[in-house]
Design a protein. Structure first.
Length: 93
């Protein structure tokens, strides 16, 4: 008999959900991400599985810039980065 985890397309992210503001200007390791339609507007929601201060965490954002960066560099996971806020926009640096 097969185990569900052997064929499930989406596996839940591990770790406590924290606000993105908790990791601003701090180094994190991005381990995985998922982009889904937002429940709150017509945009997208980026869910990121990260490691922060040695622990698995999950952050969420509607940032278009972060979504685009995840799409562009997602094939290089995992990677070390810092999320910064420039004016009203989040981006990885």
């Amino acid at each position: 008999m097969m185990c569900f985890s052997d064929f499930a397309d989406e596996k839940p992210f591990r770790g406590e959900k924290i606000p993105i503001s908790d990791v601003l200007n701090e180094q994190i390791i991005v381990k995985d991400y998922r982009i889904t339609p937002s429940k709150y507007n017509n945009g997208e929601c980026v869910s990121m599985q990260i490691e922060f201060r040695g622990r698995d965490r999950v952050i969420f954002t509607g940032s278009t810039a972060l979504a685009n960066q995840c799409r562009k560099y997602g094939d290089r996971l995992p990677f070390l980065t810092t999320i910064i806020k420039s004016n009203r926009y989040y981006s990885m640096s």
